[in-house]
Ligand binder design. Structure first.
Ligand SMILES: Nc1ncnc2c1ncn2[C@@H]1O[C@H](COP(=O)(O)OP(=O)(O)OP(=O)(O)O)[C@@H](O)[C@H]1O
Length: 333
């Protein structure tokens, strides 16, 4: 049910002239949710985020926050705050001054803005660094300060543009957990742009998969993973096989594909490669009928180590692929 602080995108279009970045999308993000806009480079996710932030004027359509239309309001007047990819901290201001900056611009008295800035720095465990300059902080620390700064004006929605992409893989996983914790403790909506399906799965209540300026599917991580609506979503989310059947294309999860000795009349595939990964084994398969191995259709069966070792397979083995009807999801054309 709609609540007063839902964020709504209505028939939103961004046409830059030479490219139609966002081709008319409709989306409702429930208050307090963690939404990830997910998709490949150029699919329109950053343009969407920038329109929500007020940094880009929509060509058509509307944006509403809490039932109030904000489409043409200035970035500071709409109840959103943006945390940029580069963090964009002012290099000549201390951590405390960076966090207090927007309140200073609004004319909030010094004592009041500094008290709030300290409070936010405590939230992100950066208060001991209040007097430092940004150059004397690590990437992860700068990100925490950028978050505190974005929260200064008490936004209803926090917008995050690829917030983890500048971090090394170890820090990325650590900061991912922090983002989730902050989201839970702040209770506001987060809209987070990413091209990493792993990041979206780990964080989002609502995963929005975009392609060519359109929404291919919006749902919980589990819905999107267990029931991809289109071939694009199944391939982008990964760990799925796309299989042509007489009834049309279906998606079958790699861990739900079973390999058996072929019976007469069954389609036979060939084991192309076997990758041992410890707890599981990836068995890569290709169509036996393929004339050219480069162009062959390929599938993968992810087997537990126990089931693989009970009946080991090697490249060149001929097997049949089977799956339970409930594990095959028809894909929209
Ligand atoms: N200012 C601009 N002027 C013209 N075209 C633009 C502009 N900004 C983006 N585009 C184009 O609009 C399309 C969508 O871009 P957008 O940045 O929204 O995608 P994205 O999904 O965020 O991609 P990335 O992950 O690479 O940032 C692309 O084709 C891009 O080239």
């Amino acid at each position: 049910m709609s609540t007063r602080t839902d964020l709504e995108l209505i028939d939103l279009v961004k046409d830059y002239g030479q490219s139609l970045a966002v081709a008319g999308i409709n989306l409702k993000i429930a208050a307090g949710s963690y939404c990830c806009l997910l998709g490949p480079s150029g699919c329109g996710k950053t343009s969407t985020l920038r329109m929500i932030a007020g940094h880009e004027e929509p060509t058509e359509g509307q944006i509403a926050l809490g039932g109030r239309e904000i489409t043409h309001l200035s970035p500071a007047a709409r109840g959103t705050a943006m945390m940029f990819q580069s963090y964009a901290l002012f290099p000549h201001l201390t951590v405390l001054e960076n966090v207090a900056f927007s309140a200073r611009m609004k004319g909030v008295a010094r004592a009041e803005r500094e008290a709030r800035a300290h409070e936010l720095l405590q939230l992100v465990a950066m208060d001991p660094y209040a007097a430092r300059l940004p150059a004397a902080l690590s990437g992860g620390q700068q990100q925490r300060v950028a978050l505190a700064r974005a929260l200064m004006m008490r936004p209803k929605v926090l917008l995050l543009d690829e917030p983890l992409s500048a971090l090394d893989p170890f820090l990325r996983v650590k900061m991912r957990a922090e983002l989730k914790r902050w989201h839970q403790s702040l209770g506001m909506s987060f809209v987070h742009v990413t091209h990493s399906q792993e990041e979206a799965m780990a964080l989002a209540d609502l995963v929005v998969v975009m392609n060519h300026g359109r929404i291919e599917q919006a749902g919980s991580a589990r819905e999107v993973f267990e029931r991809p609506r289109t071939e694009f979503v199944a391939r982008f989310i990964g760990a799925h096989n796309i299989i042509d059947t007489p009834a049309g294309k279906v998606a079958v999860r790699c861990d739900r594909l079973n390999l058996v000795e072929p019976d007469a009349g069954e389609t036979v595939v060939t084991v192309a490669a076997v990758e041992y990964q410890g707890a599981q084994v990836q068995v890569h398969l290709m169509a036996e009928s393929a004339a050219d191995a480069e162009d062959a259709e390929r599938w993968t069966a992810t087997l537990s180590d126990a089931s693989f070792h009970a009946a080991p397979m090697a490249p060149g083995h001929r097997v049949a692929m089977r799956w339970w009807a409930a594990d095959a999801h028809a894909l929209a054309a």
